[in-house]
Design a protein around this ligand. Structure first.
Ligand SMILES: Nc1ncnc2c1ncn2[C@@H]1O[C@H](COP(=O)(O)OP(=O)(O)OP(=O)(O)O)[C@@H](O)[C@H]1O
Length: 237
């Protein structure tokens, strides 16, 4: 699959008769098979960027290339499950009957550790389990490109750590392109193949990460130094 390319993308909103510039001249390559992280402070335009890439919102200026014909999935901060459907039906929701490959769906359910909960309803699941269902639903669609908007931000430290590990595993198997929004520097360092720092609607800096994900140790000198650098990038002067 080819990647996705943003060329000079800008977006403004009209708020109380004034133009609020949210994104300003974004140039970005979202590589196929890789996890690209958008990291930034609250209000810097991360969700707006995802919405433009997904096509939910229209680009005002510039262009998003290579996304239109791709199979896309979206994972939101909240799980957005159907309360009246059990886990398996939530995961296959949106797929046509003949598109459902039960063997593959069962594999995905196993990958997210929910094999014992296939017939449970969302009200019977914890927050972390519900978010796993959302992730399984995205992967069940066999997407070429997944957009994730702070999917783990409502989870406690340990559940979040576990979900990050699961996401790395499932991504290594499927190798789809992922655009992942977060405001956690640690999460970006754990997951990213590329970390893009967004600041006031512009790309402030960009880091390519070549270290194997399973071997990343955030307490290692190299990662501590990179984290300091990113904190400096995010500091508003
Ligand atoms: N539909 C809209 N109409 C007007 N202003 C909007 C709209 N959507 C977003 N904004 C404004 O655009 C700015 C960026 O919002 P966005 O949601 O993209 O930020 P974010 O980086 O995702 O923030 P957070 O991390 O808090 O979710 C904010 O000032 C927000 O108020």
């Amino acid at each position: 699959m080819d990647g996705i390319k943003l060329v000079n993308v800008s977006k403004s909103y009209e708020v109380k008769n004034q133009q609020l510039k949210v994104l300003d001249g974004i140039d970005l390559n979202i590589s196929a098979n890789k996890m690209t992280i958008i990291l930034g402070r609250s209000g810097c335009g991360k969700t707006t960027l995802l919405r433009l890439v997904s096509g939910i919102e229209e680009v005002e200026k510039g262009e998003v290339r290579g996304v239109r014909l791709k199979r896309k999935a979206y994972v939101f901060q909240e799980d957005r499950l159907m309360p009246w459907l059990d886990v398996k039906r939530n995961i296959t929701f949106g797929l046509k009957k003949k598109q459902i490959n039960h063997k593959k769906i069962d594999e995905i359910i196993e990958m997210v550790g929910l094999e014992k909960f296939c017939s449970a309803y969302p009200s019977q699941l914890s927050g972390g389990m519900k978010q796993r269902v959302s992730i399984a639903r995205a992967f069940a669609y066999n997407p070429e490109f997944i957009m994730m908007d702070e999917p783990f931000s409502a989870l406690d430290f340990f559940t979040r750590e576990q979900m990050q590990k699961e996401l790395i595993k499932i991504h290594q198997k499927t190798r789809c392109a992922i655009l992942f929004v977060t405001h956690s520097i640690d999460e970006a360092l754990i997951l990213g193949d590329k970390i893009v720092i967004l600041e006031k609607g512009r790309i402030k800096s960009c880091y390519e990460m070549n270290e194997k994900k399973q071997e990343r140790d955030l307490l290692d000198q190299k990662f501590v130094a990179l984290k300091k650098q990113i904190i400096d990038d995010l500091r508003i002067i």
